[in-house]
Ligand binder design. Structure first.
Ligand SMILES: C[S@@+](CC[C@H](N)C(=O)[O-])C[C@H]1O[C@@H](n2cnc3c(N)ncnc32)[C@H](O)[C@@H]1O
Length: 331
């Protein structure tokens, strides 16, 4: 069968009252915070793609190197003809490279950045017309379960009983604190168990390493990461109707070794008041808005997390510097 356009289900709605409540609740907290998922609108997704090309941003090319050199070995552990579920698919490049390696039978790309996902998946479908594809525009931070509306599509393509490979690359798991990550991985485990035998999780994880390698990756010399971070303010203006002026906010990124995490913040350059329809928040000069954490893991710590989430003992592959790891854990 030839597919010209991918199936698409849009669950996440940018104009949702729940989105506005979540943003407002974070802004009035002390310290103020906005979830990193709001870094991604169409422009945020494009800025992230630019970040992945920066010399300082080692994770993308390091992870790609692991897949390129060790993909064949990975394929000997991972079931062929599986349904590949890509969490936070972005530009879908990483999954596309896996299609021939894993002989993927169906592809479901999940992302909160709905317009960007529609665009990238439509182009991807044209390059792979025989592969059934579905886009799921949804926020998986509340639930990872496949929406019931995916069932007719799975049935139509004979994919209900296919093993499910949940693919979560790019160390996006690092955006969650260890207890939140455990909760998400338990949900990923349940998703894998919803398909045929042999399914599991293929996940890329950034490792603990020296600060002088970590910090420039989140504070590059061209200021692309700073623009990506500040774009969260424009996105918040769009979603909540706030009057943030990005020029009055400075990008701050540092490694907290006690918590093994990079923190990203926006720091107010002046004393200012930010207003929206039914709320406001005063920021002193130098006060920060916390926008992202990126936890770094040791392989031992991550294997223990996978097992606590219900997965079997994992196998993992790494690069020559041991900066990044890719784990395969059967459900
Ligand atoms: C760091 S980027 C990784 C993109 C790509 N997978 C890669 O590895 O290069 C994170 C991706 O996850 C998506 N994302 C972040 N939070 C999400 C959420 N709560 N639900 C769905 N997608 C999310 C973003 O839109 C973005 O495309």
């Amino acid at each position: 069968m030839t597919h010209t356009t991918p199936a698409f289900l849009q669950i996440h709605q940018a104009d949702d009252a729940a989105v506005r409540r979540e943003l407002a609740a974070g802004l009035v907290q002390s310290p103020a915070q906005v979830s990193p998922k709001f870094l991604y609108d169409a422009l945020g997704s494009r800025l992230f793609s630019a970040i992945t090309e920066l010399q300082e941003y080692y994770p993308t090319r390091t992870e790609a190197g692991i897949f390129a050199t060790q993909g064949a070995d990975m394929a000997s552990h991972i079931p062929a003809r599986a349904l590949l579920l890509d969490l936070g698919a972005g530009c879908c490049t990483k999954a596309e490279r896996l299609f021939p390696v894993l002989r993927t039978a169906g592809y479901v790309a999940v992302d909160i950045s709905v317009d960007f996902l529609r665009e990238t998946l439509t182009t991807l479908q044209q390059r792979h017309p025989s592969l059934p594809m579905m886009g799921l525009g949804m926020d998986f931070s509340s639930s990872l379960a496949l929406p019931p509306d995916t069932r007719p599509w799975l049935a139509r393509h004979g994919l209900e009983a296919a093993p499910r490979v949940v693919f979560y690359p790019g160390s996006s798991i690092g955006n969650f604190s260890p207890p939140e990550a455990l909760r998400l991985l338990r949900q990923a485990h349940a998703v894998c168990q919803g398909g045929g035998a042999g399914g599991g999780l293929l996940i890329g994880v950034d490792r603990v390493k020296p600060t002088d390698i970590l910090e420039p990756a989140y504070d590059d010399s061209l200021g692309v990461t700073a623009a990506f971070n500040r774009n969260l303010l424009l996105h918040t203006n769009h979603l909540l109707g706030t009057d943030f002026d990005p020029r009055q906010w400075q990008h701050v990124a540092f490694y907290d070794s006690a918590q093994s995490r990079i923190e990203m913040h926006l720091q107010s350059a002046i004393a200012q008041q930010v207003r929206w329809a039914d709320g406001e928040r005063r920021f002193a000069a130098g006060e920060r808005l916390h926008t992202e954490n990126s936890y770094k893991w040791t392989p031992e710590g991550f294997v223990a997390l996978l097992e606590a989430a219900g997965f079997r003992p994992a196998v993992h592959w790494t690069d020559e510097h041991e900066w990044f790891s890719v784990f395969w854990a059967e459900a």
